[in-house]
Design a protein around this ligand. Structure first.
Ligand SMILES: Nc1nc2c(c(=O)[nH]1)N[C@H]1C(S)=C(S)[C@@H](COP(=O)(O)OP(=O)(O)OC[C@H]3O[C@@H](n4cnc5c(=O)[nH]c(N)nc54)[C@H](O)[C@@H]3O)O[C@H]1N2
Ligand SMILES: Nc1nc2c(c(=O)[nH]1)N[C@H]1C(S)=C(S)[C@@H](COP(=O)(O)OP(=O)(O)OC[C@H]3O[C@@H](n4cnc5c(=O)[nH]c(N)nc54)[C@H](O)[C@@H]3O)O[C@H]1N2
Ligand SMILES: [Mo]
Length: 841
């Protein structure tokens, strides 16, 4: 691909006009310079959570990534890919915490975060990890190793660090894994009881139908314009075309757009939506107020309730104040809690029932104390509106995420295409999808009997603190396992978990903490053994579009930084410290490239059976992608259309086959904070609670615009938003004025759990009484490892409580009460974006 430039084109390329200067350069010298500076750059193909990209490499340096041609709406985040490769905080070689190197698992754990790191060879690192797995397995049993390793690791079917970690730990005897996600903890637990499916992943009515039929769209605690930038697979951003059409058609047809949110968010701005300002974590109260009004005014759809739901009577008693707390959930009652004026509550109820309305629920409302309630209540409200199963009406709980609602080719079954398939009205499949490395080996062996334990993911600290004690979860009583070792690969718990100070203390219960990452994240700095992994652009792999219309090649663009190793190879090398059979079980005798080809081949075979011909692997690899058509029928999908047409034949997966406004099952659990029907429970911290006297501001912590959680915070992208080098905190002008705070000030945000610095953004985009700080700014403790110290950069999870949503879902929270003051004194330097000092480096 490289081509030497002749002198003439050099002159042109360098834009030289001053002939005299150029003329002094020796003709012979030019090729020397040319070799290193003027080579045509290498183009490659790769992918990420931000999109598929063409990579540009020059002189062995990954210079930039540009969006691939099929990306319908490229996002800025892509620009972080090259930048992060050379971040000053790359982990360049394996390291061990000094005290751990001296004393092993008996080390002083309180030194974590503040100890010196020592560079070691890979051989030493592999020995340490392997020996520790063996020791813990023999002394305590394999379930003393936590391998849940939650997080948003890279894309790639092979180098999936979490699946690989689980695969390895399965082969070495077992581990404690996790269920649920920080994304959808509560919604995923509650909605199967209500509608028979996990509403966080169920396909909603597709956009083309909304564009044609919807008359009112309510963005309820969601920000699809922001959060669709990324996808769990690879986004192609087709959703933005539909959002644009929805806006334009909406204008023509007079569609009403509402955003119910403490913040006038990106989506509100894009659609020019009416902003209904709501106090954080009070949505259920507002929905109840609407329900009460609809009921009293006889505006609700009684036929729908009768035919398609059960349990409205129990709910109705509660609604009218005839049971439980004996308080009628009038719009007045609701207004006093949620802060939305009575008239607005009534107006919205009327608007929703008189127009074809789509309620779009986000996940922020369920990432809160009693987070089981909002989605249950949203579905109850949608049932009262009676438009579920109609074109453009009803509800959807994931329009904001990974392009849901975009018509897509469904994964092919791999069965031969029948005439009936071809004629099928919905989801005739075109794409074979793409498989990835599985957590279980195909080779039989003792590992088939690996010991397993599971905990709800966001309860990790509670687990560490309460080993052996009982807890309730989703109708079961279980015991917390005793964890001695944790291994994280592809996740950043010291970003994603709440109540940082409590966490730091609880972490001391672990004898060994291994982190495998690309960067010196806050988690890596809390680890005993640190293993450097390659980034997506430093290795070969294969992946697919989240929406199934592409399979993408991921071709290595650049050599690994330092001694970074592919995740796959790290695990193979650890297993080499076990037996040859165990290594074989892991690799199944395949090289990395053979694995990649095997994933492609499986898709190839599946597609062929369904009558779709894919190119050969080599042709695909050369081009970078394969495209699959989306069948026209997918553009007509209406959620619950069949259920509405015939609820007997197409019953839902609930015990009654209907939408369960009352769930006998849940009622039977006898939980205090999650009963048989949706209810308003006072959250532990909200504008109306006692805590608000001391800490009066309601903090929300939504997802960041120029990051994927903590990812890319260590690139120049952070300068697009930071204020004085700190994570911004949005506050209303009145709240700022009261505290003598001006736009651009560095402020101290604090509550009983901790304190952080932030940069004030004074704006009316946030309602009075609420403040907003995005999740994912790197934790940068003033005194490393010290409980209670000031985070000088703005990690919001120093402030958020770590208390389960309820015994049903045991989910995580993302809101808190705080107070803010102007920071006085010298503003401390940020140190988190440089690698720590390392002995022997
Ligand atoms: N307060 C508050 N907290 C929240 C949330 C909130 O809304 N508010 N949201 C929650 C949600 S929804 C989520 S999903 C979590 C996200 O939490 P995480 O997924 O843990 O956050 P990320 O920053 O994406 O961390 C991924 C890590 O994987 C590493 N990584 C990337 N590629 C590779 C690779 O190839 N190999 C290896 N070994 N490592 C790699 C990255 O460098 C990074 O450190 O945060 C949760 N926390
Ligand atoms: N750019 C970008 N996109 C992302 C991610 C990212 O890190 N960066 N992360 C991805 C992941 S893992 C996930 S899980 C999803 C998360 O998707 P969501 O959980 O839906 O996103 P959030 O940004 O937390 O919240 C959405 C909106 O809810 C509002 N909100 C907060 N609290 C309340 C409340 O109590 N009531 C109401 N009505 N509104 C409230 C916020 O102000 C915000 O506008 O996003 C995904 N998309
Ligand atoms: Mo998430």
């Amino acid at each position: 691909m490289t081509k030497k430039m002749d002198r003439r084109s050099f002159l042109k390329a360098s834009g030289a006009t001053a002939g005299a200067v150029v003329a002094t350069i020796q003709a012979e010298a030019i090729p020397l310079v040319g070799d290193s500076l003027l080579n045509d750059h290498e183009k490659g193909f790769s992918a990420s959570h931000f999109g598929a990209v063409v990579t540009h490499t020059r002189n062995s340096r990954f210079e930039s990534a540009t969006p691939f041609e099929g990306d319908a709406h490229p996002v800025t985040l892509v620009e972080g890919l090259a930048a992060r490769t050379y971040a000053e905080d790359r982990i360049l070689y394996p390291c061990v915490r000094e005290d751990y190197l001296k004393h092993g698992y008996k080390s002083d754990k309180s030194k974590r975060g503040n100890d010196t790191f020592v560079r070691v060879s890979w051989e030493t690192a592999f020995d340490l990890v392997a020996n520790e797995i063996k020791r813990v397995n023999t002394t305590y049993g394999p379930t003393a190793i936590y391998g849940g390793s939650y997080g948003w690791f890279c894309v790639g079917s092979l180098n999936n660090p979490q699946a690989l970690l689980n695969r390895m730990l399965g082969i070495t005897g077992g581990y404690t894994g996790r269920t649920c996600t920080y994304s959808t903890h509560a919604i995923r637990q509650i909605t199967p009881y209500v509608g028979g499916t996990d509403e966080s992943s169920a396909q909603p009515t597709v956009y083309p139908v909304l564009i044609e039929h919807s008359e009112c769209i309510v963005f309820w605690g969601c920000d699809p314009i922001n959060t669709n930038q990324i996808a769990w697979g690879v986004p192609t951003h087709g959703v933005y075309k539909y959002l644009k059409e929805l806006k334009e058609e909406g204008k023509k047809r007079g569609v009403k757009f509402y955003v119910i949110d403490p913040v006038y968010n990106n989506t509100g701005m894009y659609f020019g939506a009416e902003h209904i300002q709501i106090r954080p974590t009070t949505d259920v109260a507002m929905m109840l107020g609407m329900a009460h009004y609809l009921y009293k005014e006889k505006l609700y759809n009684a036929d729908f309730i009768k035919k398609y739901t059960i349990g409205f009577d129990q709910f109705k008693q509660y609604l009218l104040g005839e049971s439980e707390d004996m308080v009628a959930k009038t719009p007045e009652w609701a207004a006093s809690i949620c802060g939305v004026p009575v008239e607005v509550i009534k107006m919205l109820a009327k608007e929703c029932v008189s127009k074809r309305t789509m309620l779009m629920g986000g996940w922020s409302t369920q990432r809160a104390h009693h987070g089981e309630q909002p989605n249950w209540m949203l579905i109850t409200l949608a049932s009262m509106l009676g438009q579920i199963g109609l074109p453009g009406g009803g509800y959807g709980c994931n329009y904001h995420y990974s392009s849901n609602g975009v018509p897509m080719p469904a994964a092919a079954t791999g069965n031969p295409l029948t005439k009936a398939d071809a004629d099928a009205k919905d989801f005739a499949s075109a794409s074979p999808g793409l498989s990835g490395i599985s957590i279980k080996s195909k080779i039989k062996g003792p590992w088939d009997k690996a010991k397993m334990e599971i905990i709800p993911v966001s309860r990790i600290v509670e687990c560490l603190e309460n080993a052996g004690k009982e807890y309730n979860f989703d109708g079961h009583t279980k015991k917390w396992p005793e964890l001695k070792m944790a291994y994280w690969a592809g996740g950043n718990p010291f970003h994603h978990h709440q109540d940082r100070n409590r966490m730091i203390k609880a972490w001391q219960k672990l004898e060994t903490f291994v982190v495998q990452d690309n960067f010196w994240t806050a988690s890596a700095r809390m680890a005993d053994i640190i293993l450097p992994a390659t980034t997506e652009q430093e290795r070969n792999d294969i992946t697919k579009a989240h929406t199934n219309e592409y399979i993408f090649a991921m071709k290595q663009a650049v050599a690994p930084a330092g001694e970074a190793m592919d995740d796959f190879d790290i695990f193979v090398n650890i297993l080499r410290r076990f037996t040859a059979e165990q290594v074989l079980a892991f690799t199944e005798g395949k090289s990395k490239m053979e694995w990649i080809k095997s994933f492609y081949q499986a898709s190839f075979d599946k597609a062929a059976k369904s009558g779709v011909k894919m190119p050969t692997f080599d042709a695909f690899w050369e081009k970078g992608y394969v495209y699959f058509e989306t069948p026209e029928s997918a553009k007509k999908f209406i959620k619950h259309e069949k259920f509405r047409a015939n609820p007997v034949v197409n019953r839902l997966g609930t015990p009654s086959g209907k939408i369960e406004i009352f769930s006998k099952k849940i009622a039977g659990y006898n939980y205090k904070e999650c009963k048989g029907h949706p209810m308003w429970f006072e959250p532990m911290e909200w504008a109306g609670s006692k805590v608000a006297k001391e800490f009066p501001l309601s903090l929300v912590s939504p997802h960041p615009k120029y990051r994927l959680h903590s990812q890319l915070n260590n690139t120049w992208l952070r300068h697009l938003e930071e204020v004085n080098g700190r994570e911004p905190i949005w506050m209303h002008p009145n709240d700022a004025k009261k505290r003598g705070i001006k736009n651009g000030d560095v402020v101290r945000v604090f509550n009983k759990r901790g304190q952080v610095l932030a940069g004030a953004v004074v704006t009316e985009a946030i309602m009075e009484g609420a403040v907003r700080m995005q999740e994912g700014a790197w934790y940068d403790p003033k005194e490393a490892g010290k409980v209670g110290t000031l985070c000088v950069h703005g990690d919001v999870n120093v402030l958020i409580p770590d208390v389960g949503t309820s015994e049903l879902a045991q989910g995580n929270q993302a809101t808190a009460l705080v107070e803010i003051e102007k920071f006085k004194g010298e503003v401390p330097a940020i140190s988190i974006f440089k690698a720590p000092k390392i002995k022997g480096a």
